[in-house]
Ligand binder design. Structure first.
Ligand SMILES: Cc1ncc(COP(=O)(O)O)c(C=O)c1O
Length: 429
């Protein structure tokens, strides 16, 4: 059983620093913070609410990276087999940990490359346009790289993105999408849509989607469906296998705390992994079955599972920090982390209420993760003022500030300090 929800009852929330501190005292997950290094200024920890962009460094990452460097120095090439964690099997170590967070079986998951590369590799397999069914559906305002991926894939297949890239916008005057509108659009337009690429959590608004419903609506319309989980994995509970996604991809430097440029990941549903599956695939030697990979034969024999999509030997130094971070999710349990996250983000919203800002992120906790996106005037200058008050957040043009309390390392006092700083900043704007 997860620990009882703590201080998650909005009736009990108070806006005093004392209350925030006592809420941290009651937090059964408070010890996790010590597993991370908080950036400091003049010896004082900064208030870091930017885990949606780059998660903090797990303390144990230093030793894990140092051990790989030491094994390289000690063993040279023999480290591939003789390192204390042999490099040949390094990506496989991450599989069960990532599978737990993705809600998948270990063989449905592979650690490889980075997010944009993985999206291209997966679209090479799953985007099979025909003249009648050639469109890709994404959300309007998708992250630039995702849009570049789908537009270039459409063009790569000889079609015109102006015709075949569908971008679904919210209703006039609304910031977020309604599930019933997504379903209605797929029912109406689905016959010409080959593939739906949908975010688990939208990067700008922080809206979290019911992925089972998106997948069902896409499949009912005969479309393939894949998820970009950059802002979802490690943030909200996922059940990719049950939600019936065809594929998914993510990066590991946000909520997974893998470090800048950390190795990314991908999921391919079991039904596509069966021996008789006839999916086309771009291949490389690391996707070859491991037992005969080093025979270096010209014929490609696919590894079992999603690992067949790997191309290159994995970057050990940018994989090692994940071995420090991912076990902490297992230790805490995603249910407990989610309970704390709902409480922290709700508390932030509660404290900011007097400012009467537009909260772009859905109000319903079921439709958001850690992140709160607020519409504010003041541009990047506002971010600078917050930074001078010791708060790290970020800004998305033209008018969105994103604040993200992460349950692994943030607490109620962080949220309180950030709310104070934003209140003071806006008062002087
Ligand atoms: C939603 C989304 N897609 C794609 C990317 C690009 O990731 P990468 O540089 O790892 O390819 C990001 C990076 O922040 C992102 O948030």
């Amino acid at each position: 059983m997860p620990p009882a929800p703590f201080n998650s009852n909005p009736q009990r929330w108070e806006s005093s620093l004392e209350w925030a501190r006592s809420a941290d005292q009651e937090d059964p997950l408070r010890a996790l913070r010590a597993h991370f290094v908080l950036p400091e200024e003049h010896g004082v920890p900064l208030i870091y609410l930017c885990g949606h962009s780059l998660g903090l460094a797990p303390r144990a990452a230093t030793a894990l990276v140092a051990e790989e460097l030491a094994d390289w120095q000690r063993l040279g090439v023999e480290g591939h087999e003789l390192a204390r964690r042999p490099w040949i099997g390094y990506a496989e170590r991450l599989q069960p940990l990532l599978a737990g967070l993705a809600g998948a079986a270990a063989h449905e998951v592979v650690a490889m490359n980075s997010l944009t590369v993985n999206l291209h590799l997966l679209l090479a397999s799953f985007y099979r346009p025909t003249a009648q069914r050639r469109a890709i559906l994404i959300e309007a305002g998708a992250f630039s790289s995702d849009r570049h991926v789908v537009a270039s894939q459409i063009a790569w297949h000889g079609f015109d993105p102006a015709d075949a890239l569908l971008e679904m916008a919210p209703r006039a005057g609304e910031d977020t999408l309604r599930m019933e509108d997504i379903e209605e659009l797929l029912a109406r337009e689905g016959a010409r849509i080959a593939l739906v690429l949908w975010p688990g959590v939208q990067y700008r608004t922080g809206q979290a989607f019911d992925l089972s419903r998106v997948a069902r609506a896409a499949h009912d319309a005969g479309c393939v469906v894949g998820f970009d989980l950059a802002h979802a994995i490690g943030n909200v509970p996922l059940a990719l296998r049950d939600s019936d996604a065809d594929f998914a991809a993510w990066c590991s430097y946000k909520y997974l705390n893998g470090g800048p440029g950390a190795i990314g990941g991908a999921f391919i549903h079991e039904r596509h992994l069966r021996a008789d599956a006839s999916l086309p695939r771009l291949t490389g030697w690391w996707g070859h079955e491991p037992v005969s990979r080093f025979n270096l034969e010209p014929q490609f024999r696919a590894a079992a599972g999603a690992a067949a999509w790997a191309l290159s030997n994995p970057p050990i130094l940018s994989s090692a920090p994940l071995l420090a971070s991912l076990p902490l999710f297992e230790q805490a349990g995603m249910r407990s982390l989610r309970a704390k996250s709902v409480a922290l983000t709700g508390y932030l919203e509660f404290l900011l209420r007097p400012l009467a800002l537009t909260v772009v992120t859905p109000r319903d906790a079921a439709e958001r993760g850690c992140q709160l996106s607020l519409r504010v005037r003041g541009g990047r200058g506002l971010l600078g003022s917050l930074r001078r008050r010791g708060v790290i957040a970020d800004w998305r043009e033209p008018d969105i500030i994103r604040l993200t309390p992460v349950p692994l390392y943030n607490g109620f006092e962080d949220v309180w300090q950030a709310a104070q700083a934003l209140t003071a900043t806006l008062a002087h704007a």
